[in-house]
Design a protein around this ligand. Sequence first.
Ligand SMILES: Cc1cc2nc3c(=O)[nH]c(=O)nc-3n(C[C@H](O)[C@H](O)[C@H](O)COP(=O)(O)O)c2cc1C
Length: 342
Amino acid sequence: MRGTSPHPASPKEPSRRFCVAPMMDWTTSHYRFLARLLSRNALLYTEMVTTGALIHGDTERFLRHDSTEYPLALQLGGGDPQELAHCSKLAEQFGFDEVNLNVGCPSDRVQNNMIGACLMGHPDKVADSVRAMIEATDLPVTVKHRIGIDGRESWDDLCEFVEKVSEAGCRTFIVHARIAILEGLSPKENRDIPPLKYDWVYRLKTKYPHLEIIINGGIKTFEECDEHLRHTDGVMLGREAYHNPWLLAGVDPAFFGQSAPVETRHQTLRAMFPFIQSELERGVFLTHISRHLLGLFHGQPGGRQFRRYISENAHKTGAGLEVIQTALEKVREPENRAIAEA
Ligand SMILES: Cc1cc2nc3c(=O)[nH]c(=O)nc-3n(C[C@H](O)[C@H](O)[C@H](O)COP(=O)(O)O)c2cc1C
C-alpha cells in the first residue's frame, strides 16, 4: 500500500488519499459509475453545481446520483453564505459524504457571480461561507482552491487565505498547485499555462501540519502520486483519471491495500451493460454515456477502433447497447489478468 496519511480519517470522513477531481461535463454520474467499478475507495467528486441552480432549478436533477457511487463529494459553486449553508444541508439530505466549495474555477461566467477562483481575493468572504456551511451540516466541509490569483499570488496571500478559512473550521484543503490568471486566460489555458508549484503545497503541509492537504494539478502516474504522498495527505487527479480511466483499477491495490475490484477492461465494460440499458430505458441518449467510455481502452491494441466505432455510431437515432457491444468486439480480450499496468 502506498502513502500512509498522517491524518487517518474519522469514521464519518471519507479517505482522501486518492481523489478524482470535479470536472464540469466530465464527472457526470455516468462517468462516476465507471470510476466506481474500477475503484471502491477513490473519493469521487461531482461536477460543480452552483447554489443558484440548486435553489432555483431542478434540485433533484442536479443532485441525483446512485448509491453505488459512494464515497462521493458534492462540489458547490457559490459566494453567499446563506445559500451555501442551505445547499450544504441539501447535500446531507441527499446522502453525499462531503461538501466542497469551489474556489478554483476561473471562468468569466462564475467570476461575474463571485464564484470560484476570484473568491481567493476575498478570504473573509470564503471564511464566512465555510462557517455557515459547517453550522448547517454535519458533513465535512472542504475547500478546493488555487495557490493564488493574479494580483494575490504571494506566499503570504496564500497563507492568509488558508489561515482565515481554517479558522472558520475547514480542515481539508485541496490545492491546485498553480495560480489562476483571471484576466486574459481561458479556463482551459488556466489549467496548463500558469506553472505548477508543487513545493508551495508541500510547504502548506509543513506550515500547517494539523490541516489535511490534498495536492492537485498535472499528476499522471502512481509514481508521481507516491512522491506527492511523501509531502501531503492525498492526491487528486483530474484529466488523467478521465482520459485513462483504467488507471483507477490500480488504485485499491496501490493506495488502500485491497485487491482490485475488476480484472480486465472487458469485464468492467460488461459490468456496465445493465446500467447502460436501464439508463437508455429512462430516456438517456447513448452518447451521454458512451462519451465517458472512450478512454477505457486507451493505449490498447484495438483501442482506436473501439473509440471510432462508438464515435461514428452512438449518436445515430435509436442507437442502443449493441453499439457498445460491437465496439467491444473490436478489442482483443486478454487471457490473463491485466490489472494495473496503467
Ligand atoms: C473539463 C474540466 C472541467 C473542470 N471542472 C471543474 C469544476 O467543475 N470544479 C473544479 O473545482 N475544477 C474543475 N476542473 C479542474 C479540475 O478539477 C482540476 O483542478 C484540474 O483539471 C487540474 O487537475 P489535473 O491536472 O489532474 O486535470 C475542471 C477541469 C476540466 C479538465
